[in-house]
Every structure is written in structure tokens, then in C-alpha cells.
Write a protein that binds this ligand. Structure first.
Ligand code: GLN
Length: 253
């Protein structure tokens, strides 16, 4: 069991859940449960702050933000709120080393804009240098990604369901290379993006239960920015067995 006691004070981890009522599809809630449970297994005092529409004075307390996916309709309902009530605090938190995991619709709105297949443009907050325009055909299916951000194993597995085609600008680098599936846009073989402490990805599923190494990457980075102790390892044999089974299934296809 991991121990994260600094001196005689139990370290805390606060997860900020952006728009839990609207941006939470294809099992994305599982990412919150995984972050909280793994933090607890590491000996941290874990809590979640729900950040729905409107102003919040809690965003400075957050160590790891999660921004889930949503259909065009839900994105239309929140993109103004994101700019008006969340952008400044999120920019400040990220500048202070908070980590962000954004999936699909959340990923798209952290970029410059998301444009629907009907030409509706939802302005993003430009925290990451990406832009997204929807195509006519949805990308739906299992995804396997080979990352190069220091994860062990290097692979991530998940499920995608999006019409958006995301293209990275020079300020963002890809989270990884597509081994199976479509990823960012179905053409340049990239998936997701990494920019500072922000990870954007199209991987639903939910992502973190079958990718515990990514969950701990986020938790460890959040603790490190506070100068808190490093995480010790957990027994991830069950999680990595699920991860490996999906890799084998992909190789059989
Ligand atoms: N509505 C966006 C799209 O279709 C995002 C979908 C999602 O979050 N799964 O690309």
C-alpha cells in the first residue's frame, strides 16, 4: 500500500470535476472514481469538488481537474460558462502546476474552438493549442495509443466516439501515436495532446481504470508541484491484466 504521509500530516488530493451534470458520457465518471480511489490507496486524503455552471471559489484548491466528454448539445450549454466563470481560475491553477485531464468534448473546448458539422462554432478557452472541426462521419471504436510521456507501460487503451477532427498547433504535442483507431483526426495518426500539465485525449471508456499508470502520472505530478512526497507503487495486476487483454484483442484484429 502506498504511503504519502509527509511528517505526521496526511497529504491531501483535491479533484475538480468540471460540469459533472453535463460533460460526463461513455463512462467518464469512472475517471473521478479512479483518481479518488487510487489517491486513497496511496494514503492521501482525497476529495472531489464539483464545478458546475456558475462561479466557484474552490478552483484554487484543486490539484487535478477532470473535464469529461459531451455531445454537441451539452457543449453548447457550457462553452460560454467555461469562458465567463472558469477560464481565469483554470489558467491560474494550471500556471501553478495543477494537472488537467480532458476527454473528447472537454478536450475540444480547452482548445481554440470546436466547430460542429453544421458550422456552429463554440469558442474554447485556448489553454491548449488545438482546434477542432467536426466531420460528417463519427469515429467510433476501440483505441490503442503508444505514448512517449514517460508512462510504463507506454500504451493507453480506450474507446472513442466523436465527430470532431482535432489538429495540433505548434504549442501542443501529441499524447501518442495511434496503433488502433482514429485518434485526433483519423489522418495524422496522432491521439490527444500534452501541453504543460494538461492532457487532452479522445479516450473514453472510462480511461483511467484500465490505465492506472496515467492516473498515477496525474496524481504524482499534482503532488510534486506542491513539493509533496513521491507515490510508492500499488499492486496494479488486475488493472494491467485488463489493459493487456485489450491490447491482445487489438492485435488479433
Ligand atoms: N460532441 C463532440 C464530438 O462529437 C464531442 C463528443 C464526445 O465528447 N464524445 O466530437
Amino acid at each position: 500500500m502506498g504511503v504519502a504521509i509527509l511528517g505526521n500530516v496526511t497529504q491531501k488530493l483535491t479533484v475538480g470535476w468540471l460540469y459533472p451534470d453535463l460533460m460526463n458520457i461513455y463512462g467518464d465518471r469512472g475517471n473521478i472514481l479512479t483518481l479518488l480511489k487510487r489517491a486513497e490507496w496511496h494514503g492521501l486524503e482525497a476529495s472531489v469538488v464539483e464545478l458546475g455552471r456558475g462561479a466557484s471559489d474552490r478552483m484554487n484548491d484543486v490539484d487535478v481537474f477532470f473535464f469529461g466528454g459531451g455531445q454537441d448539445r451539452e457543449q453548447a450549454l457550457i462553452y460560454d460558462d467555461l469562458r465567463e466563470f472558469k477560464q481565469e481560475s483554470l489558467q491560474r491553477a494550471v500556471a501553478n502546476g495543477a494537472q488537467v485531464l480532458a476527454v473528447c468534448g472537454g478536450y475540444q473546448l480547452l482548445g481554440h474552438y470546436y466547430q460542429t458539422a453544421d458550422g456552429e462554432r463554440y469558442d474554447g478557452i485556448g489553454l491548449i493549442d488545438v482546434r477542432t472541426e467536426a466531420g460528417k462521419k463519427r469515429f467510433i471504436g476501440d483505441v490503442v495509443v503508444q505514448t512517449d510521456i514517460g508512462l510504463t507501460p507506454r500504451t493507453l487503451v480506450g474507446f472513442e466516439n466523436h465527430s470532431g477532427r482535432t489538429f495540433l498547433g505548434s504549442g501542443a504535442k501529441a499524447l501518442g501515436r495511434i496503433i488502433q483507431g482514429k485518434g485526433n483526426n483519423g489522418s495524422d495518426k496522432t491521439e490527444g495532446c500534452v501541453q504543460g500539465g494538461i492532457i487532452g485525449t479522445y479516450l473514453h471508456g472510462s480511461l483511467l481504470p484500465k490505465n492506472p499508470h496515467l492516473a498515477d502520472h496525474l496524481i504524482a505530478a499534482a503532488l510534486k508541484r506542491r513539493g509533496d512526497g513521491a507515490l510508492s507503487s500499488l499492486d496494479d495486476s488486475a488493472e494491467l491484466a485488463a489493459h493487456g487483454w485489450i491490447l491482445q484483442r487489438a492485435q488479433r484484429r
